[in-house]
Ligand binder design. Structure first.
Ligand code: OGA
Ligand code: MN
Length: 287
C-alpha cells in the first residue's frame, strides 16, 4: 500500500518512489487514492518520470477524465492530456498578450476548476515537464480551514447562502482580454448556483467559491465581491496556503472540492513553462 506522508504545511501529502505499474495493478490503490485526496487535499508525487500513457492511467484511477474543448491544446496521442504551456506549437514562447498567455494568466486568481459547471471537476493533475527559474509556483488554500476560521455569526449566515458561478463572468474578468463568449458557449455554460458551504462524503465542510463565483444569490454584486475578497485576501495571511515550487517531473493532484488554487506570476513572455494537465470529472452535484 502506498503511503502518503503529510507535508509540514497547512495541507498536502507527498509520495516518493511511485512505481506506477505496481500501484495500478494493486486493487487497494484506487480506494487509497480517493481517501488520501479527500483527507490531504493535495497529493504530490515527486520525481517520477511519468510517460503520457501512464499519466492517463493514473488519472483513470481517480475517475473519468474530461476532454477539454480546445483541440489545438490536446496531446497528439492522448486527448485526455491538455498541454498547459506558454510554448507555442512552433517552439516559440507566446507573447504576453497572445491568447495562449492570456488564458494562462487567468489562473492567477484564486479559483477551483470548472466550478461554473453543474457538476464541477473532482480533481486536477498537473505534471511538470519544464519549470520556471523564478515565479510560476502554484498555491493551494485549505478551504475547510477557511470555513473553520470564520466567526460563528459569519458561518451561520454563509451556511444559508448559495453563489452564482459563471464562466461568462470569470472570462470577462480575466487579467488579459479574452474574446467575448459566443452564443454557443453561452448556451453551453449558463450560470449555475452552488451552496457556499460544501459538504463532503466524510462529513467535513468547506467554503466553495473562487474566481468563477460572480455573486451571492439574491445579493448585490459589489457587496458579494467585497466579501469574497475579504476571505480570499486572508488566505495567505491566515496561514492556510501551501505553495508548491515546481521541479521537473513533479506530479501534483489537487482536490477541487476542498481547495482553491492559483498560479503565481512569472515572466510568461520569456520563461518556458510546460505542464501536462489532466482533469478528473466530478460525479455529483455540489451539496
Ligand atoms: C489549472 C491551473 C495552475 C498552474 O490548470 O487549472 O490553475 O500552476 N493551473 O499552472
Ligand atoms: Mn485551475
Amino acid at each position: 500500500m502506498i503511503e502518503f506522508v503529510p507535508l509540514d504545511e497547512p495541507l498536502g501529502a507527498v509520495v516518493t518512489d511511485l512505481d506506477i505499474d505496481a500501484a495500478l495493478s494493486d486493487s487497494e490503490f484506487t480506494k487509497g487514492l480517493a481517501d488520501a485526496l479527500l483527507k490531504h487535499s493535495v497529493l504530490i508525487f515527486r520525481g517520477s518520470d511519468i510517460a503520457p500513457a501512464e499519466l492517463v492511467a493514473l488519472g483513470r484511477a481517480f475517475g473519468e477524465l474530461e476532454i477539454l474543448p480546445e483541440p489545438d491544446k490536446r496531446h497528439p496521442d492522448h486527448p485526455e492530456i491538455f498541454n498547459l504551456t506558454n510554448v507555442k506549437p512552433d517552439g516559440d514562447i507566446a507573447e504576453f498578450d497572445d491568447s495562449q498567455s492570456v488564458f494562462l494568466r487567468g489562473t492567477q486568481r484564486w479559483h477551483t476548476d470548472s466550478s461554473f459547471r453543474e457538476i464541477p471537476a473532482l480533481c486536477t493533475m498537473l505534471y511538470a515537464v519544464e519549470v520556471t527559474k523564478q515565479g510560476g509556483q502554484t498555491e493551494f488554500a485549505d478551504m475547510r480551514a477557511a470555513l473553520a476560521q470564520l466567526s460563528d455569526e459569519a458561518k451561520s449566515e454563509i451556511e444559508q447562502l448559495s453563489l452564482v458561478h459563471s464562466y461568462e463572468y470569470s472570462r470577462a474578468n480575466n487579467p488579459g482580454r479574452m474574446d467575448p463568449m459566443s452564443d454557443e458557449e453561452r448556451a453551453k455554460y449558463p450560470p449555475v448556483e452552488h451552496p457556499w458551504v460544501r459538504t463532503h462524503a466524510d462529513g467535513t465542510q468547506s467554503l466553495y467559491m473562487g474566481g468563477h463565483a460572480s455573486h451571492i444569490v439574491g445579493r448585490d454584486e459589489a457587496e458579494s465581491r467585497r466579501r469574497f475578497a475579504e476571505i480570499e485576501d486572508g488566505l495567505v495571511a491566515n496561514d492556510l496556503v501551501y505553495q508548491h515550487r515546481w521541479r521537473a517531473h513533479d506530479l501534483v493532484v489537487w482536490d477541487n472540492r476542498t481547495t482553491l488554487h492559483r498560479l503565481l506570476p512569472y515572466d510568461i513572455a520569456n520563461e518556458r513553462r510546460v505542464m501536462r494537465r489532466i482533469t478528473v470529472a466530478g460525479t455529483e452535484r455540489v451539496r
